[in-house]
Design a protein around this ligand. Structure first.
Ligand SMILES: Nc1ncnc2c1ncn2[C@@H]1O[C@H](COP(=O)(O)OP(=O)(O)OP(=O)(O)O)[C@@H](O)[C@H]1O
Length: 322
């Protein structure tokens, strides 16, 4: 059975209109469908504002969908409050900036223990033991247990956030830009820790990042988002050479690699507003291949092989990339 399923999920925010009349709608997420299997890592890529964080928030229960269904192990997330509580235990989240995600006044041990206290897991002695185990699991020395976050380095703080996210033994971890606020020198350590934990705990993971090459390294599948829509969902090994959507190809071609030389695709013009998305294909206003037909309807899902779908009527051809 799949771990997580999003089925036609929309998130629309009502905002005050810039004009005289009423309110506008921001289409943060539109018709998103996605499946995550146990132990699988899904990388989510796309430019700023394309809806990556909204997708992450819907999955962890921080953002209610306007429409559509989110299921965890087959149970809908938003239908019954009791089910929703289960979600809190089964899905952990780590955020971009560990400095703001941790309570500055609490000790490290208290922060890691907090989810165990909230869910009243075990006796106080068992909780203390679990905190020791979790700190060891993420590579934090026992000596920092009584410290407060301000006394730790950025990398150590992210380890604390990871320990807290794993406290209730979730089967899915959502990581939203988990290394972008860290020094380059510690990024690799945190990524390796996540890879190691994924293996050891058979964690499913949704890994959101601007850093395309990291996403490729971390993920089994890559989901490309544009203007609130998932435009391609492909095995990581198929990206970038077999990417069918011109936007996926453009994103990956913008980060040159000696090993993977592909013709750069230069995108011109700004990303359109999520308040007034274009008709038809959301990418057509910046797409070098767009035709009049692209304005008529949102391209349906096409298949490019096992587990590979894309929404484009002028797909890219395969290129040879190692
Ligand atoms: N609470 C809100 N009210 C109004 N608009 C919102 C709200 N939250 C998000 N949006 C809008 O929804 C769209 C998607 O935002 P989201 O934060 O999900 O994008 P993102 O891809 O995560 O961006 P970034 O990479 O910059 O974090 C954006 O246009 C954003 O301005």
């Amino acid at each position: 059975m799949s771990l997580l399923e999003l089925d036609g999920v929309h998130v629309v925010h009502k905002i005050r209109s810039s004009g005289l009349l009423g309110r506008d709608s921001v289409h943060a997420l539109t018709d998103a469908s996605l499946t995550v299997r146990p132990g699988e890592t899904i990388g989510v890529v796309g430019e700023s504002g394309c809806g990556k964080t909204t997708l992450a928030k819907v999955v962890v229960g921080l953002q209610k969908p306007t429409r559509g269904v989110v299921r965890f192990r087959g149970k809908p997330l938003w239908e019954r409050s009791s089910v929703r509580r289960d979600f809190g235990r089964d899905i952990g989240m780590i955020f971009q900036d560990p400095s703001t995600a941790l309570n500055r006044r609490m000790s490290i041990a208290r922060i890691v223990r907090d989810p165990l206290d909230v869910h009243q897991v075990g006796t106080p002695a068992e909780r203390a033991e679990r905190v020791r185990e979790l700190m060891e699991l993420v590579g934090l020395p026992a000596s920092v247990a009584d410290a407060v976050p301000g006394q730790l380095s950025g990398g150590q703080r992210q380890r604390v956030a990871i320990a807290r996210a794993l406290a209730l033994e979730p089967s899915l971890l959502v990581a939203d830009e988990p290394t972008s606020a860290l020094d380059v020198s510690v990024r690799a350590q945190i990524l390796n820790l996540l890879l190691d934990l994924r293996e050891r705990l058979n964690l499913g993971m949704i890994f959101v990042s601007h850093d395309i090459q990291t996403v490729r390294k971390m993920s089994d599948r890559i989901v490309t988002m544009y203007l609130g829509r998932i435009v391609e969902d492909a095995p990581a090994a198929a990206i970038p050479g077999e990417a069918r959507h011109p936007y996926t190809r453009a994103l990956f071609s913008a980060t040159p690699s000696l090993l993977n030389p592909i013709e750069p695709i230069v995108l011109t013009g700004p990303v359109p507003s999520a308040v007034n998305p274009p008709s038809g294909c959301p990418f057509r206003t910046r797409c070098p291949k767009a035709t009049d037909e692209c304005a008529e309807a949102v391209p349906p899902a096409s298949e490019a092989g096992a587990g590979h779908t894309y929404h484009c009527i002028h797909p890219e051809l395969e290129v040879s990339v190692r």
